[in-house]
Design a protein around this ligand. Sequence first.
Ligand SMILES: *Cc1c(COP(=O)(O)O)cnc(C)c1O
Length: 382
Amino acid sequence: MFDLESELVKKREAGLYRSRRVNAAAQGIHSIIDGKQYLSFCSNDYLGLANHPDIKAAFIQAVENYGVGSGAAHLINGHSQLHHDCEQRLAEFTGRDRALLFSNGYMANLAIASALLGRSDLVFQDKLNHASLIDAARLSGAKLLRYRHSDIDQLETQLQDNQTESRKLLMTDAVFSMDGDCADIASISALCARNNVCCMVDEAHGFGVLGEQGGGLLQLLELNQQQVPILMATLGKAVGVAGAFVAGSEALIESLIQQARPYIYTTALPPAISAATLCSLDIIQQQTWRRQKLAELIDYLRQGLSQLPYELMPSKTPIQPIIVGDNHRALELSDGLLAQGVLVSAIRPPTVPVGGARLRITLSASHEKDDIDILLRALVKL
Ligand SMILES: *Cc1c(COP(=O)(O)O)cnc(C)c1O
């Protein structure tokens, strides 16, 4: 059937084979793989909240009160009071009129494009956007135009060349997931406004991490709902829980409820997830030390890495990749670190462009400078 075996062999030969490591520890800076403990630098749990005692307690209490399963989709009878409270809190948190919960970020992105666009419409996207945004454009059937990474001039040209009456949507990562740099949303949203394009920003890696209160890149740049009408963020990364949400105007949220198939035809998340999210949002807002500590760790790591013969990316976020280029070399380095008790995953195409294989180092507020010293010493030995 389909000769799957020979395709798998080819993948392995190209250094593109992926395998899962089984972690026997709770999410945190230490992983236990095959009974051995590793210091890990590859989680998206940027604030160290995935195993926070207060969030766990909120989750457990909600399970006691509401059970585990939600029972049905939101539009049937799966929409619990906890989901509803969480949506209101997320709207307030992001300074938007309303927010809508989704099972995950992938589905939220599919929902946005497929509910708002059809075959005669256009989507503009940065070439380094997350796969879920590209898949969202594909599902919508709209024509996808991609501009070179952060190339605002090319985007402007594309906008000028496509002055149609059809609907136009721009979708971009706020923080690029594999490079760690930020999109120039101020320029992009201004350009969108001038060209009658709706601007959508994916805050998967900005929410919780950036902005005075963790509201994301849009909070940092003080961009409101008029300037960026569609905000999407995930709740499984810095928030440390699971799920995602879209925030924006009343009409946007109501349109998604009425039309978005990835919203309508799926079972709601367990209500306890929303209780945990509510608790996490309080911590994110109040404990500004987590963001300050992250910033210090990022500086410390970059200073250390600048002494090594690797190319550093212009990233001010906890995503600090080391570009290696060759797939096999990236795997070799990752294995070399593993042998020294340090876990950093090798990221290869198609997650990154061909020739752009890398070690994707990510930091957490739970790391200490001593941990970074261990990573740096292990890298020096390679
Ligand atoms: C992780 C990620 C998503 C998907 O979110 P999930 O909740 O993991 O499905 C979407 N967009 C970006 C930029 C991401 O990094």
